[in-house]
Design a protein around this ligand. Structure first.
Ligand code: PLP
Length: 395
């Protein structure tokens, strides 16, 4: 008998589908082999002088931060990027020793103390923030300077000091005790566009800022500019580190970048059929009766819904995979459950596994398919999966 909390594995799904009542109703499957493959592809694509920072913010884009961090570091990444201090602490508590850059802004005493305590590397966005850091570290008489990363705004109009003030800013930070400049970086706003005009202008501004810094007699130790899209688009944007998120998880930032390297999607979304019934022609399904059966059909209820991260706006508009076959979702997606028309699958059983995102045989449904239907991007789909879904690692 299967225990209630037994986690599904690939073999388990294949062998025990029909009576796996007691297993998870829904889960996110993380293919560590694909993750490792993507990192290796990226490392091979980069020159030996360029290091790979795997961006693992937002719980590794919904994939599970600690497990992802361990795998990417074993596979050739040498840096990790996160958005917040708690995300970084979670990695340290998980035993991760690699350098961690906090990409977001940090200001408070608690944040600065934690950065010093956990050996984290903050982004510095303004002279004011640099002074707060320096004063705070002085107050606690921190024993060694902490590595800081200078953020320049070259056209994204998000975090950072305007590129034209790069020289003054870097000079100020260099003079502050307790801080040591580890890198100078910026972020691109349009790297996923087929038109490189804006990206090239940001690159030109970055170069000009670096020239300004060098003219003051300061040699920047390390430079970085590229996200996934820029990494795939143009090697001249690679510099010393590339900060890659999406591509690590096996998705392409844009269709025109699909030829640069081969990537495999890491995440699959799966759930089980919890009930099967036959409904007569004319029977309405789910809240609001938005689907009416055009003929008699076999309906399957599946234990996953919008509280798990399946967007309600996909109602009546997606297909899922069962036994390698595409099956239509019908009726409004509810908080914890959704319905399928499984008439085409002979002898379908309660307990069978449904793949909402992923691959079965020659069929594949990707986060890009959902993103297109929702007029959003795959990034938002991936980090939308809630913690109610266990992350199950498979090789
Ligand atoms: C999130 C983020 C990245 C990674 O972006 P992808 O498009 O997922 O590769 C890189 N740099 C910064 C500053 C980021 O915030």
């Amino acid at each position: 008998m299967l225990s209630h909390n037994q986690t599904p594995s690939v073999a388990f799904n294949q062998q025990c589908d029909t009576y796996a009542w007691f297993s998870q109703r829904a889960w996110v499957e993380i293919d560590l082999g694909a993750l490792s493959y993507n990192v290796q592809q990226l490392v091979q694509f980069l020159s030996p002088d360029t290091q790979l920072m795997a961006v693992v913010k937002a719980d590794a884009y919904g994939h599970g931060a600690v497990t992802v961090a361990q795998t990417v570091l074993e596979s050739g990444a040498s840096w990790l990027g996160v958005a917040t201090v708690p995300e970084a602490i979670q990695l340290r508590e998980g035993g991760i020793k690699a350098p961690i850059l906090i990409l977001g802004a940090t200001h408070t005493l608690e944040q600065i103390h934690a950065i010093a305590h956990w050996n984290l590397q903050p982004t510095l966005c303004s002279p004011k923030q640099a002074l707060v850091f320096s004063d705070t570290l002085e107050a606690i008489k921190h024993d060694s300077p902490i590595p800081v990363h200078i953020k320049l705004d070259t056209g994204m109009s998000r975090l950072g000091t305007n590129w034209q003030q790069a020289g003054e800013f870097v000079q100020l930070v260099q003079r502050l005790p307790y801080l040591s400049i580890a890198s100078i970086y910026s972020h691109l706003a349009t790297a996923d566009s087929p038109d490189p005009t804006v990206m090239n202008e940001q690159h030109r501004r970055f170069e000009e800022a670096i020239a300004q810094i060098k003219a003051m007699g300061i040699e920047p130790p390390c430079l970085h500019l590229a996200n996934s899209a820029a990494t795939l688009a143009d090697p001249k944007l690679h510099y010393d580190i590339v900060r890659v998120g999406l591509a690590v998880y096996g998705l392409y930032p844009a269709p025109h970048l699909q030829n640069a390297i081969n990537l495999k999607p890491v995440l699959q979304l799966k759930a089980r059929i919890t009930q099967i019934k036959t409904i007569a022609a004319g029977t309405a399904v789910s809240y609001g009766h938005q689907f009416i059966a055009p003929h008699e059909l076999r309906l399957a209820v599946v234990g996953i819904g919008y509280a798990d991260g399946v967007p309600r706006n996909l109602s009546n508009n997606i297909q899922v995979l069962i036994r390698g076959q595409r099956v239509s979702q019908i009726g409004t997606i509810t908080m914890d459950q959704l319905m399928l028309d499984v008439s085409a699958i002979p002898n379908i059983q309660e307990g069978e596994v449904v793949t909402l995102l992923g691959e079965q045989g020659s069929e594949q449904i990707s986060a890009d398919d959902w993103a297109e239907k929702l007029n959003t991007i795959s990034w938002e789909i991936l980090c939308g999966f809630k913690h109610r879904l266990p992350r199950v690692a498979v090789m």
